[in-house]
Structures are given as C-alpha cells and as structure tokens.
Design a protein around this ligand. Structure first.
Ligand code: PRP
Ligand code: URA
Length: 207
C-alpha cells in the first residue's frame, strides 16, 4: 500500500495547533480546514488531466482540468470538518456520506449512515477522516466502497496510528493513504498517542 506523508512546515504548523489541548473548537476547525487543503492538493498531485481548449486574451491555448474528479466521502462526524475545504478544491466533485461511531468500550465501528452512489467503477474516491486509529471505521467505509465496485480509493487523514496503517495494508483493498503524520501508537483505549484527542469532540463538542 502506498503511504504518502505530507511533510511540509505549513502542514506541521496546522497539525501542532490541532494537537495543542488549549486550541478551542473554532481554531481546531480552522486548522483542520487549512490542513485539508494541503492534503487534498498533495493527494491530487499525480491525478490525470484532460485538455481544455480555451482562448486567452491573446491566443488559443490548450489548458488542463482534472480528467475524473474524485467522489468525496467524509466519514461523520469528524470528516465533516474536511469536506467543505476539499469541495472548494474540487468544486465539480460529487459527495457521498458515511456515518460511523466507535463503540467507546470495544472501539468497534458502529455504522449509522450510508449515502453513496450505487456504482463507483472507474471513479476515484477520496475518503475524508482526520483519524485512522485501529482502522475499523476506515475499513468499514472502504468495504462499502469496494462493494460498489470502487478500485481507486484514497484515505485522506490527518493522523494515523501504525496499527491503522497495518490494518489497511492487511486488508488488501485498493487503497492508498495520504496523511500528515503517523504517530507512535494506540493507548489502551485505542486513542492515538501523541495524537490530538477525539477529532469529533474537538470540532463539535462531546456527543
Ligand atoms: C473517530 C474518527 C474515525 C475513528 C477512528 O470517529 O473520526 O472515524 O474515530 O478510529 P478507528 O480507526 O479506531 O475506527 P468517532 O468514532 O470518535 O466518531 P465521531 O467522528 O462522531 O466523533
Ligand atoms: N478517534 C479519534 O478521534 N481520536 C483518536 O485518537 C482515535 C480515534
């Protein structure tokens, strides 16, 4: 599996803001939005383009556009904080939604929402979720996509645990990971260390 770590001083600065426990909800959301812009920019670096013939004020010119804009799939709740910025980067993209909440005792994913196109063959898909911890929520989402014939899936995350990366690798699904940092480990409650806490709570408050 391809793992692309977005290692840039501006990405590191936004991630530091997100990690800081004194950052309030609004500043956390703003840093996540900025960081999403960088992650999506990097995730699309090798995307195929199609030629668009235009006229500049001076002459004819063959420009470019994305050949196939990806379907954006935020994983609720925390992925909601990424979708507006990702959509601003790719305004022509369609958007699907998946809702999963981890059981707080077992850390198992509990699905509660699925709103996706029926057929994803030949469509790239960007799954937006800031946190990849055990990998359970991401794997659930990927399985929904693969069941709809997706063969080109990118997980766009902020922080991953090595355990989550390994789970994606083991799955054998057609996925690559674009992430700002791979942290040290999971703790005994399956939170990422050093991490940033609960990405949903830090944007929207406790549920
Ligand atoms: C968080 C996060 C991921 C999941 C990662 O969501 O946004 O979806 O945990 O953990 P995993 O890799 O072990 O599955 P959470 O379940 O806390 O729900 P929320 O976004 O509604 O807060
Ligand atoms: N989900 C989060 O929001 N944070 C973690 O550290 C692990 C799962």
């Amino acid at each position: 599996m391809q793992v692309q770590i977005v290692d840039h001083p501006l990405a590191a600065a936004r991630l530091t803001t997100m990690r800081d426990k004194t950052t309030d909800n609004a500043a956390f959301r703003a840093a996540l939005s900025d960081l999403t812009q960088m992650l999506v920019y990097e995730a699309l670096a090798d995307a195929p383009t199609a030629t668009v013939s235009i006229e500049t004020p001076l002459t004819a010119f063959d420009g470019a556009r994305l050949a196939t804009p990806p379907l954006l799939v935020p994983v609720l709740r925390a992925g909601l904080g990424m979708v507006e910025q990702a959509h601003a980067m790719v305004p022509e993209a369609h958007v699907g939604f998946v809702g999963v909440a981890r059981d707080e005792t077992t850390a198992e994913p509990v699905p509660y929402l699925e709103s996706l196109p029926d057929d994803l063959a030949s469509l790239p898909v960007f799954v937006l979720d800031p946190m990849l911890a055990t990998g359970g929520s991401m794997l659930h989402t990927i399985e929904l996509l693969v069941a709809r014939n997706a063969t080109d899936i990118t997980a766009v995350c902020v922080v991953a645990a090595p355990e989550g990366v390994a789970a994606l690798e083991r799955s054998g699904h057609p996925v690559r990971l674009v992430v700002a940092a791979v942290d040290e480990r999971l703790d005994e409650t399956a939170y990422i260390v050093p991490g940033l806490g609960d990405a949903g709570d830090r944007q929207f408050g406790p549920r």
